[in-house]
Design a protein around this ligand. Structure first.
Ligand SMILES: Nc1nc2c(ncn2[C@@H]2O[C@H](COP(=O)(O)OP(=O)(O)OP(=O)(O)O)[C@@H](O)[C@H]2O)c(=O)[nH]1
Ligand SMILES: [Mg+2]
Length: 444
């Protein structure tokens, strides 16, 4: 682990709670001068670790009372950052916050924290790995219950454990393989090479399985994209307004009303979705409308799920251009049931006007969203950063399997391990190799 000396010597502080007026605001101070900073501010001597203590915070220059507050001292390394940490729970008014900020800023060796710096220090002090740090960021950004659960898992280290396990096993295999190269003349147990090849293939398969996930974890983190598409005037915008329970898109009896893609962020059954209303599909002489149609088709092609809406007023006439869009990721609905005398129910029939059939559509949507976001028992891949590193790892392992030269094979193994190390932030491959190697007692 490399320590940045300058960073460690400085003590940082920031408002840990959100900006603006609130009942309570929390300051966090971290670093070697944290306790000293508290003694500058607080009139009382605060010593008991991890106990909330009532203090009066005083401006040391004017001797004016800034606030009556609660202070908690977390001595390092048993703190979030691993350093000495002080938390101040103050009244959340702007003047209180400004007063305390001003005093803290004047203390020697204490400065305002930069974005993410507390978590950065926690990472530098081995309090969490990169996947956990990302989990923490996701937890803070989580908007739905399912996102919260996924973020909590990742923060707890569930993903880091999996990636680190693969990395350790790969390092071991690398050590065995290098032993085979370096000590081939000596007394090595027979069948080492075969053992490595088998282990590598097992790891490769496990990673490939993890990658083959239909993107659930990423979809859950980023939101499932649903595109509403169909012919003009079918009632797509009316449906969006119904689903979002807001008047977001303009509805009119004129065909070709919607041009821009209109997005609404919704929660369906605890899962995040982004529903997009699009322009009605048709050939148009109007440049703006044509651009809208182009955008509609592009959006449909990238959507995780398409909600195709046909116009019930002309049913069973179907629009051919819309029909070409239908695939296995499509839900088809016929809108304007109030204008239809529908006896056959082979499709979902709804009315955005009366609300008829909307419950059924919502249930179906929730089920589709669940199927696409729910990852099941094992922790899901949540970020493209992880995916690309895992792909790199698999590529290297694939090259290892086909390479003929021993030196090249060893390099492929090292590259594969390094790719995994990038995910958790453990890139000190050589160091760990040394440890494993020294335990290995070749020939002795
Ligand atoms: N009777 C009836 N009329 C509806 C229903 N849904 C929408 N409409 C009407 O159909 C017309 C078109 O509705 P929109 O929601 O603007 O249709 P659209 O598919 O967004 O149309 P474009 O944006 O032009 O592609 C409007 O006059 C709506 O009031 C419905 O369920 N029943
Ligand atoms: Mg519209």
């Amino acid at each position: 682990m490399t320590m940045n000396i300058q960073m460690v010597e400085q003590t940082i502080f920031a408002l840990a709670s959100g900006a603006g007026k609130a009942g309570i605001a929390v300051f966090r101070v971290s670093g070697p001068s944290a306790k000293m900073a508290l003694s500058v501010l607080a009139s009382e001597k605060v010593t008991p670790p991890r106990r909330a203590t009532r203090v009066r915070l005083i401006d040391p220059v004017s001797e004016e009372l800034l606030d009556e507050a609660l202070a908690i001292y977390f001595p390092g390394p048993a703190s979030f950052t691993g350093e000495d940490v002080v938390e101040l729970h103050v009244h959340g008014g702007r003047a209180v916050i400004a007063g305390i900020t001003e005093v803290l800023n004047t203390i020697q060796g204490v400065r305002m924290a930069e974005a993410g710096e507390f978590t950065r220090r926690a990472f530098d002090n081995d309090k969490l790995d990169l996947t956990a740090a990302e989990g923490l960021a996701d937890l803070i950004n989580a908007e739905t219950a399912a996102q919260r659960r996924q973020a909590q898992r990742q923060l707890r280290g569930d993903l880091g454990i999996i990636y680190d396990d693969w990395r350790r096993r790969l390092l071991k295999a690398t050590a065995l393989f290098e032993a085979e190269i370096d000590f081939s003349d000596e007394d090595l147990p027979p069948g080492l090479k075969e053992l490595v090849v088998e282990q590598v293939s097992v790891i490769n398969n496990e990673i490939a399985n993890h990658l083959d996930d239909n993107g659930q974890g990423q979809i859950l983190r980023e939101g499932l994209h649903i595109a509403i598409v169909g012919p003009p005037n079918a009632g797509k915008s009316s449906l969006l307004n119904r689903l979002s329970r807001r008047d977001v898109a303009i509805v009119s009896e004129k065909a070709g009303t919607t041009r821009d893609v209109i997005e609404v962020y919704l929660e369906l059954g605890g899962y995040p979705v982004i529903i997009a209303d699009t322009a009605g599909l048709r050939v148009s002489g109007d440049d703006l409308e044509s651009e809208g149609v182009r955008r509609a088709e592009e959006r449909a092609s990238h959507a995780d799920l398409k909600l195709v809406v046909f116009d019930g007023a002309v049913w069973p006439e179907k629009d051919a251009r819309t029909e070409t869009i239908i695939d296995e990721n499509t839900l088809v609905v016929i809108n304007k049931s109030d204008l239809m005398d529908h006896t056959k129910k082979e499709h979902l029939v709804i009315s955005s006007k009366t609300g008829d059939g909307l419950e059924g559509l919502l249930d179906l949507l929730k089920k589709e969203v669940f199927d696409r976001c729910h990852a099941g028992a094992s922790p899901a891949l949540t970020r493209s950063r992880h995916r690309s590193a895992l792909n790199d790892c698999c590529k290297s392992l694939g090259r290892f399997e086909v390479a003929l030269e021993t030196e090249l094979k060893a390099e492929d193994l090292r590259l594969a391990g390094r790719a995994l190390g990038r995910i958790t932030g453990r890139v000190d491959v050589e160091e760990v190799l040394d440890i494993i190697f020294s335990e290995f007692c070749i020939g002795k």
